[in-house]
Design a protein around this ligand. Structure first.
Ligand SMILES: [Zn+2]
Length: 275
């Protein structure tokens, strides 16, 4: 039997945000994404995805969803950031609960890869601290520890997070990526814009076939069809450049699936590609 890579698309929370946050430019108020002075009818609730990759070289988790603390209190987990996003975590949706349902414990994880350190991606980190390696890009780590209004360093306080440097590989919108296993099958591709050091995850199987986990380059797959950047961006220029790259990748005949982290039309499912 030939070896396979299996990607479990998981929902590890829901997030309620202002409609202007996923799709910049559709609304006229430049601060609409903050939700300030905006009413309930301007809010949308979107899934928060994590991905479990069963790879012949190791078990890998991409992003962690919400911490179980949001079930008791959003304020306790998010503080003032509840103004921008409110988290929901139905029973069974926490990352450790999702892993358990698939027969895994957090200590079975060889890698946790964090696309970026915004709260809806890293809040669940403390539920998988026993993973063997927890990795984020060096530029994302540097910025996240110095922008306390945008990031919540308490979410990784006391956790052994290791950083990697992007290499000049010619892959991705800036030509920079990091090869997790060193064989080209799992790449963290630098996709700046929404967050300075953000990465998309490119999973490459046999015969050039691939799956692109596009993080928050676009909030939904329609983002790259209509070239809509997220409301929150550290660089609009970089965000558009990243979106153009994802669009190109998503339209390639070798692309099995390209997935936006928060697409309301993406249900949890399993993707299999030959290794
Ligand atoms: Zn997000």
């Amino acid at each position: 039997m030939t070896e396979q890579i299996k990607i479990h698309v998981l929902h590890t929370g829901l997030v309620k945000v202002d409609k202007a946050l996923p799709f910049h430019g559709v609304y006229r108020n430049p601060l609409a994404f903050t939700g300030l002075f905006r009413t309930e009818k301007n809010q949308v609730t979107l899934p928060v995805s994590s991905y479990l990759i069963e790879h012949p070289k190791g078990l890998v988790l991409v992003d962690t969803g919400w911490n179980k603390q949001v079930r008791r209190s959003n304020w306790a987990e998010l503080g003032l950031q509840v103004q921008i996003n409110t988290g929901y975590l139905p029973a069974g949706w926490a990352i450790d609960e999702r892993l358990q349902a698939l027969g895994y414990r957090p200590e079975d994880l060889d890698y946790v890869l964090l696309s970026h350190l915004h709260c809806d991606h890293v809040s669940g980190l403390k539920q998988v601290t026993h993973a063997k390696h927890i990795l984020v890009s060096e530029p994302e780590w540097r910025v996240a520890n110095h922008l306390p209004l945008v990031y919540l360093p308490s979410e990784w306080h006391g956790v052994d997070v290791q950083t990697y440097q992007y290499q000049d590989t010619g892959i991705g919108p800036t030509g920079e990526s990091y090869d997790v296993f060193g064989d080209g099958s799992l790449l963290q591709v630098h996709t700046a814009g929404h967050a300075t050091g953000m990465s998309a995850t490119l999973v490459r199987g046999a015969e050039g076939r691939y799956v692109l986990l596009a993080a928050d380059v676009g909030y939904a797959n329609r983002s790259w069809e209509e070239m809509l950047t997220p409301g929150i961006c550290t660089s609009r220029k970089a965000a558009i450049t990243s979106l153009g790259w994802v669009r190109d990748m998503a339209h390639d005949a070798d692309c099995i699936e390209a997935l936006a982290n928060h697409d309301p039309h993406t249900d949890p499912h399993l993707i299999t590609l030959p290794y």
